[in-house]
Ligand binder design. Structure first.
Ligand SMILES: [Zn+2]
Length: 315
């Protein structure tokens, strides 16, 4: 039984796999199966590869059946395992945003950027070695690019705001939008009955609140039945959910505007942001505050770094 726990079917031909990155159910990989072909949306990190293999084996398939590997953007919790996975999947092409492609072909800047955020020791622990990808196997997906995935139409939409190298993927058949980090973060183990709590991801270094709100509105124009978040899994984007997310973007942006230049900006913003999120969770009925605080700790830290960077580098 426990072998099946990592693999949950959320719609026809769509399974979610826990990448194992950082902690349980923190970062998802979506496995799309069309006939006997596989597309993977997100890659987790190098250490996620055995979990992908296990999921493929459950279908009686293997790495050679993977046709596409599709990180929504090139932050390393999404694309860190792409090089190693491409190495294991000889028939796969990488589909990536045009602004992200060069970083997949030569990851040196990505590595340096992530080391600046995490420090070298944590970087090695989280990601291992980042492997370059042969440019001949890279497909750049512009806005509105359509991929024929063995008869299933996938449309790529340019969604800046979290990062300028971010696209979302629309699966017309199941009305599912794979939103990476554009549609924020929401953890299923913090749900209460039928209510979710959702909040924005503002990680360094390209957070742009206005672009982010535009991208969220653009996602909603498709009237998705479900948004498939990388952190973590699928939810139904009701107007209440969208409002909560957008209010969160405005709230954290104001925190940054107010405190980013203060000496102890990091501590103040982290504290205020955590309290805001915990209050939102209390409103939907969450009572285990210690669990929630621990669950959101890394997101609050990374969000704070991104907000301070944004304010200090405004042009
Ligand atoms: Zn992420």
């Amino acid at each position: 039984m426990s072998d099946r726990l990592n693999l949950t079917n959320i719609a026809r031909g769509i399974d979610v796999i826990d990448s194992g990155y950082y902690s349980k159910d923190f970062a998802a990989i979506y496995l799309l199966k069309q006939n006997n072909k596989i597309a993977l949306i997100e890659t987790g990190n190098n250490f996620s590869i055995p979990l992908v293999e296990k999921a493929l084996i459950e279908y009686g398939l293997g790495f050679s059946d993977v046709a596409y590997i599709i990180p929504t953007h090139v932050h390393l919790d999404h694309a860190g395992g792409a090089g190693a996975l491409m190495h294991r999947c000889p028939n796969a092409n990488l589909v990536v945003h045009p602004r992200g492609a060069r970083h997949m072909i030569d990851p040196s800047k990505l590595i340096a950027g992530a080391m600046a955020v995490y420090g070298e020791k944590k970087f090695r622990e989280y990601y291992g070695d980042i492997i370059p990808i042969d440019s001949n196997r890279v497909i750049e997906a512009d806005d509105n690019f359509t991929l024929d995935f063995d008869g299933r139409e996938l449309t790529f939409i340019d969604t800046p705001g979290h990062a300028r190298h971010h696209f979302c993927i629309w699966d017309k058949e199941t009305k599912s939008m794979f939103t990476g980090d554009t549609f924020g973060i929401s953890y299923r183990d913090l749900d209460r009955q039928d209510q979710v709590y959702i909040f924005p991801s503002t990680s360094p270094v390209q957070f742009d609140p206005e672009a982010l709100v535009r991208s969220i509105n653009r996602i909603m124009e498709y009237k998705p039945d479900r948004v498939c978040l990388t952190h973590f899994a699928a939810l139904h984007p009701t107007p209440k959910v969208v409002n909560q997310l957008i209010e969160g973007i405005y709230f954290v942006s104001q925190l940054a505007e107010k405190y980013a230049i203060k000496e102890d900006a990091e501590a103040i913003i982290e504290d205020e942001m955590m309290n805001y999120f915990l209050n939102g969770l209390k409103k939907i009925g969450l009572s285990d505050i210690d669990f929630a605080r621990e669950r959101l700790k890394l997101d609050v830290q990374i969000n704070t770094q991104g907000l301070i960077y944004w304010q200090k580098n405004l042009v």
